[in-house]
Design a protein around this ligand. Structure first.
Ligand SMILES: [Zn+2]
Length: 236
């Protein structure tokens, strides 16, 4: 049930929450904003307490900033597990993917789940390979969907009173298109999603080009979920 208040004044996370406008533009799947934003959750061992905070790009990518801050501030006890969840506006580039794998190999008690709202330069083969390597090393990488946007809004955003349920309603088709493209990356298939920006009115457009290999390898429900694809009839 929606409350008529924003996050409570006594909420210890209040000062670490980001403003609604920031969330709206950073995490809009149609926005090709250069800067990246990271919202993260850390949970130690069997504790139910979750530490939440956010980060941005500086001279370094936001993922590298996280690793540097985390390793310098925390004392790792190998017997205590640590679960980290990231909500990233852009997926990691290949260099960050490599750094994340290095960080995780040095800290085997840490598990990482990454949700992303957009795929960063996803036509770049190095970035595609970087994501595959990350997934193959045990990191979960998924596209943010409605439940993740809702979760982030409630837990990371200083939303106005009464607006607890009102996360920005981005078009779901974008989430499904990125999920489809992530499948192509995982399966080492050629890209099928091209993102285009029309300069005059700043509209972001997409083009889907599916080849036979996509129809053969991608589970039909992923293709159909976009609502844009009709599967070819191969039998009579
Ligand atoms: Zn990076």
């Amino acid at each position: 049930m929606a409350s008529d208040k924003g996050p409570s004044a006594g909420d210890a996370t209040l000062r670490r929450r980001i403003e609604p406008r920031e969330f709206e533009v950073f995490f809009d799947p149609r926005e090709l904003r250069k800067e990246a934003c990271l919202l993260y959750e850390i949970k130690w061992g069997t504790s139910h307490r979750i530490w939440r905070n956010s980060g941005r790009n500086t001279a370094n990518h936001v993922e590298l900033n996280f690793i540097e801050k985390f390793t310098s501030e925390r004392h790792f006890c190998p017997s205590v597990s640590c679960s980290i969840t990231w909500f990233l506006s852009w997926s990691p580039c290949w260099e960050c993917s490599k750094a994340i794998r290095g960080f995780l190999s040095q800290h085997p008690s840490v598990t990482l789940v990454i949700y992303v709202s957009r795929l960063f330069w996803h036509l770049d083969q190095q970035n595609r390979q970087g994501l595959r390597d990350l997934i193959n090393s045990g990191v979960t990488v998924q596209i943010m969907r409605v439940p993740e946007y809702d979760h982030c809004w409630r837990n990371f955003v200083n939303y106005p009173p009464g607006e607890e349920d009102h996360w920005p309603r981005y078009p779901v088709v974008w989430m499904k298109l990125y999920a489809l493209e992530l499948h192509c990356i995982i399966l080492s298939l050629p890209p099928c999603l091209k993102i285009l920006r029309r300069c005059q009115n700043q509209l972001t457009l997409f083009r889907l080009t599916l080849q036979n290999c996509h129809y053969q390898m991608i589970p039909p429900h992923i293709l159909l979920a976009t609502g844009l694809i009709q599967l070819p009839v191969t039998w009579r």
